[in-house]
Design a protein around this ligand. Structure first.
Ligand SMILES: NC(=O)c1ccc[n+]([C@@H]2O[C@H](COP(=O)([O-])OP(=O)(O)OC[C@H]3O[C@@H](n4cnc5c(N)ncnc54)[C@H](O)[C@@H]3O)[C@@H](O)[C@H]2O)c1
Length: 287
């Protein structure tokens, strides 16, 4: 087995988890970390027994022994310059979403990776959610028949929304729906998106960063499947974050929630009622 030297740039919440996991991986020869907060740098260095720890990401870029870099920094405006410098230095990159804040930046990163024959991926962690992977398996193997449409609805409380939105010019589509767009396109492969329409509505978050509270995106796939993805971050502060996915197929529909995936056809009288089976049962018990 070939081992590699790996670096994590930005070891806050997400990068800290990445670093701890990498420190236990048998394919990681040496782990290097980079963090601009000295206290967090020292904490993660101790936790992971990192080979080197620096506050300047250019030390990672200059180190030719490092072949793979995980970029988990905030604010999101620094994703593009750090990823660009790492890719230009010939390193394989896993970059947390969003890939960039501007389309031309994303295009440039993909082009540098292509030219350098480098692996460049975005940390779409939903693909590793076993319930969602199971949904893909059941669509791919034909158990669920031919999908006609997929609806995903993902909403955060405004506490978390405000924290994320305060980091800069970000939107619920870029920060939340991006996970679901990736997941649904993965679910529907080899179909490709051909048309996208997105609409937002202002509310609570406009005063925070000028962003919409909620955005619904409608995507038409080249095989005619219709995808609707809603993302928002204005639920009341104490409200639990909420995610629901409903693939609708030619002969019925199914519902997936993060804590429950039930591939059986929904028995609701309305296939588009939007409620999960578990919720329906709870409602039924409550009379
Ligand atoms: N895949 C997922 O499900 C998922 C979940 C959460 C967050 N994210 C993404 O991961 C990224 C990080 O999120 P988080 O919640 O861990 O944020 P965070 O603020 O907790 O951590 C980011 C860290 O980056 C550090 N940093 C900033 N600039 C740096 C630089 N130039 N060099 C080194 N370190 C630098 C900060 O000091 C901070 O500790 C975000 O872009 C977010 O969108 C992805």
């Amino acid at each position: 087995m070939q081992q590699v030297e790996v670096a994590v740039i930005g070891t806050g919440w997400c990068g800290g988890i990445r670093a701890e996991t990498l420190s236990r991986s048998s394919i990681v020869d040496k782990l290097h970390i980079c963090e601009i907060r000295p206290d967090r740098l020292a904490e993660v260095k101790k936790l992971t027994n990192a080979a080197t720890a620096t506050s300047d990401y250019r030390d990672i870029v200059r180190n030719d022994r490092i072949r793979v870099v995980y970029i988990s920094t905030t604010p999101e405006s620094n994703h593009y310059p750090i990823a660009r410098d790492c890719l230009k230095a010939g390193k394989h990159v896993l970059l947390e979403k969003p890939i960039a804040l501007e389309l031309f930046e994303a295009d440039e990163l993909i082009e540098i990776a292509r030219r350098g024959n480098l692996k460049f991926t975005i940390g779409y962690s939903q693909r590793f959610n076993t319930k969602l992977a199971y949904a893909r398996k059941k669509i791919t193997d034909g158990t669920l028949g031919k999908p006609v449409s997929v609806m995903v609805s993902r909403h955060l409380s405004r506490g978390l929304g405000k924290k994320i939105a305060s980091r800069g010019r970000l939107s619920p589509a870029a920060m939340e729906s991006t996970h679901d767009l990736d997941f649904v396109f993965w679910l529907l492969e080899p179909a490709r998106p051909t048309r996208v329409y997105s609409q937002g509505a202002y509310g609570y978050m406009q005063a925070v960063n000028g962003s919409y509270d909620i955005m619904w995106s409608t995507v038409t796939m080249d095989n005619g499947v219709l995808v609707s993805i809603g993302g928002g971050w204005n639920l009341p502060p104490s409200y639990p974050n909420y995610f629901r996915c409903r693939p609708c197929r030619a002969s019925g529909s199914t519902t997936s929630t993060p804590d429950r995936w039930d591939p059986r056809p929904c028995t609701s009288s309305s296939a588009s009622c939007g409620t999960s089976r578990r919720w329906c049962r709870r409602k039924a018990r409550a009379g």
